[in-house]
Ligand binder design. Structure first.
Ligand code: PSV
Ligand code: MN
Ligand code: MN
Length: 394
């Protein structure tokens, strides 16, 4: 059975797509690279205001990216209320606040897990400062990713580090406002290589469960070993109501931070299929769909536009899965029948429907082309001299 989008009633699918929002990372707009070289691009933002302005362009052409996450202290400004009203004036909101407890020399051996109580104090205080910022920006989510870990067996006590982590997190958690959440990210390696203090979803979940209901797991798609069944993790976290957010990106080898849907669009579809199946696409489901990417060799604003479109396409394909037919085939133990329901949806070209939906909402059906024609890229090249790096100094 082939899905005929032309004849099927796609009203519910279109409504779900129109309601979907994707949050953009401020650091995607700055210069970035690898440890070998950062390639500077002309016209990149020189400060957080310009990053927000670029993010607003992505929303302008997709209609689906109304929030931008900040990274503190990369995006430190004197007056966050002012940055907030600047963002709102451009039609976007400030989203998750990412704490950065990895860039100072003090953090060489860790932050919340560090053996020295003075460093742990500094790391907790950095998070308390982020919560203050969140009150000014109106942000709901404090996103914590720690670079903590060990390079050598015996370097520190594995269990003691978990205890210190739990203690630091609980002090941070206690400072949250009633509508704020900790979203706790895991990553299986890097910058440490022997052991990472929050290496996997299980460790993140254990800490979140100990903290309370305002602590949720963040799943960064690039933070798993090759071959990991990520959609299983999505399904499991949704089951227990602890999937707080995604950091979407693509990986071929490590934490590549390439455009989402570039390396494995089928995986992205399978992830979104679990989301739709659990009815977690609803804006009030508590899952924040964020991008976490760097564009080292491609222009940044169109790359973000493209990434948003890739998420939309995967979502549209997940939404058109014939769930009744799938359920029936599964109940009948019809292995091939069930599989073909999934593949029929995946192999459907949803681009015309999305183009049509954009038209319906007063947008250009082709966001990348519309952005290119707008002249914004040329304008920022002319106006901005000396663009900043994605992280430090930005
Ligand atoms: C770490 O690799 C990570 O995925 C975290 O989300 C950081 O906040 C982000 O990259 C930017 O450094
Ligand atoms: Mn991430
Ligand atoms: Mn990462």
């Amino acid at each position: 059975m082939t899905i005929e989008l032309q004849t099927a009633d796609t009203t519910a699918v279109r409504e779900a797509l129109a309601a979907q929002t994707i949050e953009l990372p401020s650091w995607a707009f700055g210069n970035s690279g690898t440890r070998f070289k950062v390639f500077a691009q002309p016209g990149v933002p020189r400060d957080p205001y310009e990053k927000v302005a670029d993010a607003a362009q992505v929303h302008k052409y997709t209609g689906a990216a109304p929030r931008v996450s900040l990274h503190i202290p990369w995006d430190l400004v004197d007056d966050f209320a002012d940055l907030r009203s600047y963002a709102e004036g451009l039609g976007v909101q400030l989203g998750a606040i990412n704490s950065n407890v990895f860039q100072d020399d003090d953090y060489m051996l860790g932050s919340l897990c560090h053996p020295d109580a003075k460093v742990r104090r500094k790391a907790v205080d950095a998070h308390l400062k982020c919560i203050e910022v969140m009150h000014e920006t109106g942000s709901q989510d404090l996103k914590i990713w720690l670079a903590d870990g060990l390079n050598y067996p015996g370097q520190d006590n594995l269990r003691a580090r978990q205890d210190r982590l739990a203690e630091g997190l609980s002090e941070i958690y206690a400072a949250l406002g009633p509508h704020q959440r900790i979203i706790l990210e895991y990553k299986f390696f890097e910058p440490s290589f022997y052991s990472t203090d929050i290496p996997d979803w299980g460790t993140s979940l254990l800490h979140c469960m100990a903290l309370g209901e305002q602590a949720m797991v963040v799943l960064d798609t690039g933070h798993h070993a090759p071959g990991t069944n990520i959609e299983f993790i999505v399904a499991q976290l949704l089951r227990v109501g602890r999937l707080g957010a995604f950091d979407f990106n693509s990986r071929f080898y490590a934490d590549d931070d390439l455009m989402v849907g570039a390396a494995d669009p089928f995986q992205l579809f399978r992830i979104m299929n679990e989301i739709v199946d659990a009815d977690a696409l609803r804006p009030d489901s508590g899952v924040n769909f964020m991008l976490d990417q760097c564009h080292n060799i491609e222009p940044k604003i169109p790359a973000q536009i493209r990434s948003v479109m890739n998420v939309q396409e995967a979502t549209a394909k997940a939404l058109i899965v014939d769930r009744a037919a799938l359920h029936e085939a599964q109940q009948a133990s019809d292995v091939l029948g069930a599989h073909s329901v999934i593949m029929d949806a995946y192999n459907t070209d949803v681009r015309p429907m999305l183009a049509d939906l954009r038209r319906e909402h007063g947008l250009d059906p082709h966001p990348v082309g519309a952005y290119a024609a707008s002249g914004y890229a040329e304008r920022i090249v002319a106006e901005r001299v000396g663009g900043a790096q994605a992280g430090w100094g930005a």
